[in-house]
Design a protein around this ligand. Structure first.
Ligand code: BGC
Length: 744
């Protein structure tokens, strides 16, 4: 559907914009900034908009770059660095800025602190599986404390990109497929990084990235184009970004991709009109790495100067690593291709961040050697990491209640090189995480059962996952001395993350074969999965009795897994993204449209496949525990509500099993009839509650007026009168329902 952007902008602006934490400074701060800007040359201004990656090492080339950058800091033509850390170095660079440059403007130091700095937490997708925003906020808080101790001011996180395509390697960095869960996680992480007071000295500037639709890369190939209706863009991909703005996020980062033909680094509509004007975001947007330069490759700019002009005018305030603003734009300013106003606005946004951090008062406040030593990998931080890790584990199958295993077991054989691997648990973007800090799965099991015999067979080589030639015999030999086999399968860390896309998300190598070998021994078998994305598990899902999704859980991985295996922790994670049966089902997601021919068994001419069922292997929101819960149908407080009303919905929950434990009670909504086809359901609320065995509780959810709204064909955000079905349950498929009506 083609809609005139001018019409959209008009409609969007009708919605009043909110006041957010990024708004202007106090009078004194604004005066200081105005004063500085009035003294700056064009080159100094463009310098504030330049960010370069620090060049580490002592090769002649690195040394030359370091010298050049120090000189630029002195000249005032470089305002921030990426990838520099450590108190000694950051302090040295800061000293040059504030003591040797003309205007003494402090530097900003940025880094990707994605799931921990030295204490590495579960990868973000795994954390989202906890469905526990408080805990995820604590993880971000610890990361902020550690990273700021190492001289860092600004993290390029959270990544809030929705993805419906697990082939995409960066799905590991986000919160999965759902805008509501994604928004909850975005809010928690922004607040965790930034704390209550951004000037506290141990809080990091957060950055909502990648704006926007980066997770919709065609074919799951990173950097590829995104092409979608504006309804899908606004309804599915943008909500977590809006949530980040509402949570007070100070910065944004642009996405490498184009959206509907316009690269995001030239997208005046989405950055200036939607993000700034409609949403009221007055913070800063930084480019992604060399993305300004890439505008030429996109075929939208003829020269580097054109690329810079497009980007700065579109609202890209800082140019990361292309060095086009500082290198090419001075004459564009003279020629008024970039107005003084646009330039000054961008500079003011940079200076405001520096002011808010307190750097004009004390530029050295992040450079404390003692703090750097004390705040890293403390026992307390490890404990938080263990708490988050065990809540991120999702129990997919537990036939005959084999788990939890008894601690009196005498003989366990652990199979699979991932079990002893201290690299995979760190996942992608591991900050300063070190392999030697990782408790492996094997180590965790040994520590939990000091009196037992724990055998180990690597079974396959990494990273190919090729089975050892004699593995069948070796497994057979270990059978008499084994009470339970624990088989660890999955991916290496390098199989997810930036540019790490897979065309097939089945278990790599010969792992399915290995599972069969273990199964044929007839011994009890537990499969643990370690991976950074949803996997297609049809080859094991049916036959293997016990499957636990453990993801990449960070430095406390082994402890967390053992806590769950031996019943010290009752698993409560839920999938944040659909697990298909086979790769060919992608895109597959729970909040899909019904179509005119929804699949049914006994009608050929329906929307299905010849070779696999249309349903997923494991649906969104799914996960078992050691207990069982009875969740009632939702009871709305009224049958009829009026537009603008909220509605309270009660759900009764009972722990009917013999273990105390947590359950994530989920509430979904279906708008039965509306002018743009509705999804079959969409998550509108959830609540993770703890109930003792036998205990029951009634919980109340509030459905807000916004939960009933959608973007119509003119991009009006509105609700339409009619019937709504509400569903409650423990995952997106196992649901009970009731209805209410919305009247005008
Ligand atoms: C990634 C960003 C990251 C940046 C800086 C880019 O390649 O896309 O997510 O923040 O590098 O490291």
């Amino acid at each position: 559907m083609k809609i005139n952007h001018k019409v959209i902008v008009f409609l969007l602006l009708l919605i009043s914009s909110a006041i957010h934490a990024q708004t202007k400074l106090n009078q004194q701060g604004e005066a200081l900034i105005d004063n500085l800007i009035s003294q700056m040359t064009v080159n100094e201004k463009l310098g504030q908009l330049a960010q370069m990656r620090w060049s580490w090492g002592d090769s002649p080339q690195a040394a030359a770059t370091q010298k050049l950058y120090k000189e630029r800091v002195k000249q005032g033509t470089l305002g921030s660095f990426l990838g520099v850390h450590g108190v000694a170095l950051t302090c040295e660079l800061q000293r040059i800025a504030v003591e040797e440059s003309r205007l003494k403007i402090p530097l900003l130091f940025a880094q990707d602190v994605i799931h921990g700095w030295r204490t590495i937490f579960p990868v973000p997708l795994a954390e989202a599986a906890s469905w526990n925003p408080d805990l995820v906020g604590q993880s971000a808080r610890v990361a902020a404390v550690e990273a700021t101790s190492a001289g860092i001011h600004w993290t390029f996180a959270p990544m809030v990109d929705i993805s419906r395509d697990p082939r995409w390697g960066r799905i590991t960095e986000g919160s999965g497929e759902d805008p509501f869960l994604g928004s909850a996680m975005a809010t928690a992480r922004v607040k965790g990084f930034q704390g209550d007071d951004i000037s506290a000295g141990n809080t990091l500037l957060a950055c909502a990235k990648h704006f926007c639709a980066y997770g919709a890369a065609e074919g799951g190939r990173d950097y590829n184009i995104a092409d979608m209706s504006l309804q899908t863009l606004f309804g599915i991909y943008l909500p977590p970004f809006k949530a980040a703005v509402d949570a007070g996020v100070e910065t944004f980062m642009g996405a490498f991709n184009e959206v509907n033909g316009v690269p995001m680094h030239a997208n005046d509509f989405l950055i200036n009109k939607v993000l700034h004007q409609q949403w009221g975001f007055s913070g800063l947007l930084i480019s992604d790495f060399t993305a300004v330069m890439e505008l030429q490759r996109h075929g939208i700019a003829a020269t580097p100067e054109d690329a810079g002009v497009l980007a700065l005018n579109a609202g890209v305030d800082i140019d990361m690593e292309s060095d086009i603003y500082a290198g090419e734009l001075a004459s564009a300013v003279t020629d008024n291709r970039v107005s003084e106003k646009v330039l000054n606005n961008a500079v003011a946004r940079v200076l405001r961040l520096k002011y808010k951090l307190g750097l004009f008062d004390d530029p050295y406040r992040y450079h404390n050697l003692e703090r750097e030593k004390e705040n890293i990998l403390t026992n307390e931080h490890r404990q938080v990491a263990r708490n988050v890790a065990r809540e991120s584990i999702v129990l997919l199958k537990n036939d005959n209640h084999l788990l939890p295993l008894s601690k009196t077991i005498k003989n366990i054989t652990v199979v699979g090189a991932l079990a002893a691997d201290n690299d995979a648990p760190l996942g992608a973007w591991r900050g300063q995480g070190r392999k030697e800090d990782v408790i492996t799965v094997l180590q965790g099991i040994k520590e939990a059962l000091p009196g037992a015999r724990i055998g180990y067979e690597a079974a396959y080589d990494l990273p190919e996952f090729k089975n050892q030639d004699d593995i069948k015999d070796r497994i057979q030999k270990s059978v008499p001395e084994t009470d339970v086999f624990i088989l660890v399968l999955g991916e290496t860390a390098r199989m997810t993350g930036e540019a790490s896309n897979r065309s097939s998300i089945e278990l790599p190598g010969e792992q399915n074969k290995l599972a069969q070998i273990l199964k044929r021994t007839g011994k009890p078998l537990v499969i643990l999965l370690m991976n950074g994305r949803p996997l297609a598990l049809s080859q094991i899902a049916h036959e293997m009795p016990v499957i636990v999704e453990c993801w990449f859980l960070g430095v406390e991985m082994g402890h967390a897994v053992a806590d769950v295996l031996f019943g010290d922790f009752n698993p409560s994670g839920k999938l944040p993204a659909t697990f298909p049966r086979v790769t060919g089902q992608i895109p597959i997601y729970y909040n899909h449209k019904n179509t005119g021919r929804p699949p049914v068994e006994d009608d050929f001419f329906r929307s299905k496949y010849l070779d696999v069922p249309w349903t997923p292997q494991f649906p969104f929101g799914y996960g078992l525990g050691y207990s069982s819960f009875d969740i009632s149908a939702p009871v709305p407080e009224k049958q009829v509500i009026h537009s603008g009303d909220k509605i309270v919905v009660s759900v009764h929950v009972k722990n009917t099993g013999k273990y105390d434990g947590q359950e994530v009670v989920q509430l979904y909504l279906r708008d039965e009839v509306r002018s743009i086809t509705p999804p079959v359901k969409q998550l509108v609320a959830f609540n993770k509650i703890f109930l003792k065995s036998g205990e029951s509780r009634s919980i109340q959810f509030v459905i807000q007026p916004d939960n009933l709204k959608f973007y119509d064909s003119n991009l009006n955000y509105k609700s339409e009168p009619g019937w709504f079905t509400i569903y409650s349950g423990a995952d997106s498929e196992n649901l009970k329902s009731s209805r209410f009506q919305l009247v005008n």
